[in-house]
Design a protein around this ligand. Sequence first.
Ligand SMILES: Nc1ncnc2c1ncn2[C@@H]1O[C@H](COP(=O)(O)OP(=O)(O)OP(=O)(O)O)[C@@H](O)[C@H]1O
Ligand SMILES: [Mg+2]
Length: 143
Amino acid sequence: MADILMRHDFDVQGRNFDKAGEVSSEIKVILKGLGIDSKIIRRVVVVSFEAEMNVTMYADKGTIVFELTDRNILLTISDEGPGIPDIEQALQEGYSTAPDEMRELGFGFGMGLPNMKKNSDEFEIDSVVARGTTVHARIGHNA
Ligand SMILES: Nc1ncnc2c1ncn2[C@@H]1O[C@H](COP(=O)(O)OP(=O)(O)OP(=O)(O)O)[C@@H](O)[C@H]1O
Ligand SMILES: [Mg+2]
């Protein structure tokens, strides 16, 4: 395992839509400050934003851990929440259990997890029903 050069831990509150997206904005600022390629930044921010939204929408609370190595950006998003009973189904484009009030806010297209996977070089979901969900994403960089 390569050395972790930088680590930031963030909290995400479930159901607090006023704060949703703040962690991803902070991660974007950090990556810009590091001079990471803008295409890589975009991919990392898609993953962190969609993960942050899922914690906000579905879970009670969660954390996002951002880690940087010389070659990779690692995101670990863990939450305490309902968990995902069928991960394969959740990963399908268009699958969503979002209620109508969230669709009215412009969420619930069932595209978050598929887009997170597409934008990652490595992507893994672990979930326990009635406990919570952990998502690991690795995005390579060569800055
Ligand atoms: N952290 C989570 N905890 C519990 N269920 C989740 C979590 N993340 C995703 N899910 C489940 O997986 C489904 C698909 O998630 P995904 O992010 O792809 O779509 P969405 O959140 O419904 O819509 P969108 O992301 O397009 O706004 C969700 O509707 C929900 O049922
Ligand atoms: Mg989502």
